[in-house]
Design a protein around this ligand. Structure first.
Ligand code: FES
Length: 229
């Protein structure tokens, strides 16, 4: 086997299977990630929970029906889960808004939103970006964007146009919000390639969230449907 083929074999990858689970390969670490909220109930940080034993490949539930979450136990077949990928067309530039500030610029790619609500901190990241010549506002805005699991919020330095992204190892976070007793999406980190059931290659991103409740209208991405009662 050539060097390139070997590299491909071990590269972290998530394959969306038709009406079934996410097939993860490439020794991707899997770890619980818990939302920590401030005294006002606004999410402000993440706490790492259980680390699952490292596996070369595994299948993660995307229908929300497994009794062995986060892993697939085959319940999708009995539930006749339909997991059609509908979100693809919505991620064009028209879904992106730009907000200018004195030191920071915010790229807000709304279709990626998983409603994690970190952006509500400090009167909102949009206001903090507008006030980014203030060091405290700037620091909080950068923290908020880095905590946004879906990568909806991307900050740039106004002077250079350079994106300010946290360094994330390829890994998957199984998110939940204990205060709200809510299971969240899969937080895919570090530029793992996500491939659609038909072989479509989604844009590799440092942060993105995948639906694991089976209700998203933006599949395979989370659209916050898990949080809608
Ligand atoms: S995708 Fe298989 S049990 Fe949910």
């Amino acid at each position: 086997m050539g060097e390139e083929a070997k590299k491909d074999e071990v590269a972290p990858r998530i394959k969306v299977s038709k009406d079934g689970p996410y097939l993860v390969s490439g020794n991707v670490p899997l770890v619980e990630q818990l939302v920590i909220s401030d005294e006002d109930g606004v999410p402000c940080s993440w706490k790492e929970g259980r680390r699952y034993p490292l596996q070369r490949s595994y299948a993660l539930c995307r229908c929300g029906k497994s009794s062995k979450k986060p892993f697939c136990d085959g319940a999708h077949a009995k539930a006749k889960f339909v997991g059609t990928e509908k979100g693809r067309g919505k991620f064009a530039e028209k879904g992106t808004e730009l907000f200018d500030g004195p030191v920071l610029e915010l790229k807000d790619i709304r279709p990626y939103c998983s409603r994690a609500r970190f952006c509500h901190r400090g009167e909102g990241i949009w206001k903090l970006t507008a006030e980014s010549d203030d060091p405290e506002a700037r620091r909080t805005a950068i923290e908020i964007a880095a905590n946004c699991p879906a990568g909806r919020l991307v900050l740039k330095e106004s002077s250079t146009g350079k994106e300010i992204e946290p360094e994330l190892e390829p890994s998957i976070g199984v998110t939940s919000d204990p205060a709200r007793e809510e299971e969240g999406p899969l937080w895919v980190r570090g530029g793992i390639q996500v491939e659609g059931a038909d072989g479509f290659l989604y844009q590799k991103r440092n942060r993105v969230t995948l639906c694991r409740c089976g209700k998203s209208k933006n599949m395979p991405f989370c659209d916050g449907s898990h949080a809608m009662k």
